[in-house]
Design a protein around this ligand. Structure first.
Ligand code: C5P
Length: 399
């Protein structure tokens, strides 16, 4: 049975915690309550205990009495911590890392997911201090449900009403359900970032690429359970957690690393590979000579990594996805790329400077596949990655 540690803080909405406990018990979850001192002004420990059928850890429970359940154990023995209601005060303490009572100590000591249901006066909610605290907490991965907008106990109207117990139950269920991992046991190869093609040891030519989209795809595939090999050119974005990252510089190194990573069930080529490299790259720095002509660069084509890996053969991944970054004739170019490179899908995006996509955090793409093309709405690159990972999982499931 999954365990929820319900932290009840002192707000007028605390009475709704009772209804929530009833719903959680009905959903087959075990509930243990911990209260702040103020909470006991709004809801009695006796009613929390009666509904949860468990001991209530009140504000006066000794933090040092390890013969009882210690606060570390209390915070770790639960699967999820839920703060209902979350007052401006407890949210501020969480953001600042203050631990001056049982509830705040448990919240600081936990290694479990935390969900908060804020409830407060509209002005307190809109205050920059509270908004900054919410941003900090969200940035640390704290989950938030509500607040709703509506009439409040203090006769004001606006955001600050605590989410209703059924909505809090839905948020809790979503966090406790085991993640769907359709790519468990699958290996996926992803390329990301630019390649650097040396001119000499200090200079290079390259395409523009932040690596954001490719790295987000690797992260999304990991979340769906895949073992991911990410072959990345030089980028400034952090490595996605859980992926095996192989760092390369040039297109030829990228191709070698991709071939070494095979076999793979699927491959996504999101790297902006330089089409050409310098034929006459030198081992020592080209010196600027006063009055001398600028050096001429002779370019030779790089191997096409996508086309090489996607070519029919025993080592071809079942699903191969390419990218088409275009400024003109987006769909026609992407369609012909699908065929020319023998890919199963092409993610086509318009990278004209006015779109702000290049280097930005959003992307607007079309997915071109065996059944034609579909337009996706403008989404965060993470959301594009999530959708693409789900499509890859679906395609592998059918293959
Ligand atoms: O031909 P173009 O560069 O527009 O094709 C883009 C797609 O091909 C991308 O998926 C890119 O990662 C891949 N590509 C590659 N190797 C190259 C050039 C492009 O893998 N040398």
């Amino acid at each position: 049975m999954k365990r929820v540690l319900l932290i009840v803080s002192g707000g007028i909405a605390a009475f709704k915690a009772l209804e929530l406990i009833r719903l959680l018990r009905k959903a087959g979850l075990s509930v243990v309550c911990a209260t702040t001192e103020n909470a006991e002004q709004f809801v009695t420990p006796l009613s929390l205990q009666a509904l949860s059928e468990n001991k209530v850890y009140g504000a006066l429970f000794s933090l040092t009495d390890e013969s009882e359940m210690g606060h570390i154990q209390l915070s770790r023995s639960a699967d999820l911590l839920v703060v209902v209601p979350a007052t401006a005060n407890i949210l501020a303490k969480m953001a600042a890392g203050i631990a001056d009572d049982l509830a705040s100590t448990v919240l600081l000591a936990t290694d479990k997911p935390v969900l908060v249901a804020p409830a407060m006066n509209v002005r307190m909610w809109l205050h920059p201090a509270t908004q900054a605290n919410m941003k900090t907490l969200a940035g640390r991965g704290v989950h938030i449900v509500g607040p709703d907008e509506g009439a409040m106990a203090c006769n004001e109207f606006g955001p600050g009403r605590m989410a209703e117990p059924p909505a809090i139950l839905a948020a809790i269920s979503a966090l406790l359900e085991p993640p769907v991992r359709p790519l468990l046991g699958r290996h996926v190869l992803v390329t990301s970032g630019p390649t650097h093609e040396p001119i000499d040891p200090v200079r290079y030519i390259a395409n523009r690429s932040s690596g954001r989209q490719g790295h987000a795809i690797a992260a999304a595939l990991v979340r769906l359970g895949a073992r991911v090999t990410l072959v990345s050119g030089p980028v400034g974005v952090p490595d996605p957690a859980g992926a095996d990252v192989v760092r390369v510089e040039s297109a030829r190194e990228m191709l070698d690393a991709c071939q070494a990573a095979l076999p793979a069930d699927a491959a996504v080529f999101a790297a902006a590979v330089a089409d050409w490299r310098v034929a006459n790259a030198t081992d020592s720095k080209i010196k600027k000579q006063p009055g001398a002509a600028a050096p001429a660069l002779e370019l030779v084509p790089n191997p096409d990594i996508l086309a090489t890996i996607a070519a029919a053969g025993p080592r071809r991944p079942q699903i191969v996805v390419g990218f088409a970054a275009e400024t003109d004739d987006l769909l026609a170019n992407a369609q012909s790329k699908l065929i020319r490179k023998n890919a199963d899908f092409i993610v086509a995006n318009d990278v004209s400077p006015e779109t702000g996509i290049m280097g930005g955090t959003e992307n607007a793409v079309h997915l071109i596949g065996p059944n034609g093309s579909e337009e996706w709405p403008r989404l965060a690159k993470d959301a594009v990655a999530q959708r693409l990972a789900e499509r890859i999982a679906a395609a592998l499931g059918q293959a």
